[in-house]
Design a binder for this molecule. Structure first.
Ligand code: CA
Length: 108
């Protein structure tokens, strides 16, 4: 996943979907997950997120925002994001990107 410094999600994702198509976008999301995750746990934790946000050009995000992002995306309440939770969160952070994000979420 290549991100220029300071690019925001809302600017970045629509053009990415346009370029890659929905399927390619999902592949990129999975790549993003692997960039951000804690390798030993296979999950995105606060620590792994904080360590790796710079890779996504999100180094300006504060701890509060990271905590918020984690709690927003954490569906099973274990305090970390697994791959599915991360993908769902990314879709939710990108409102109006696709016609059927909910449908897609139900399929996985
Ligand atoms: Ca979780």
């Amino acid at each position: 996943m290549e991100v220029e410094g300071g690019v925001q999600f809302e600017d970045y994702f629509p053009s990415m979907i346009e370029r890659l198509g929905a399927e390619g976008f999902i592949v990129e999301l999975c790549n993003g997950f692997h960039l951000l995750m804690d390798v030993e746990k296979g999950l995105i934790t606060f620590e792994s997120l904080r360590r790796n946000t710079i890779l996504l050009g999100l180094q300006d995000m504060g701890d509060d925002e990271l905590v918020c992002m984690l709690s927003e995306g954490d569906l099973d309440g274990d305090g970390a994001l697994n791959q599915m939770e991360f993908c769902i969160l990314m879709f939710r952070l990108s409102p109006g990107l696709m016609d059927g994000p909910k449908q897609w979420v139900e399929e996985i």
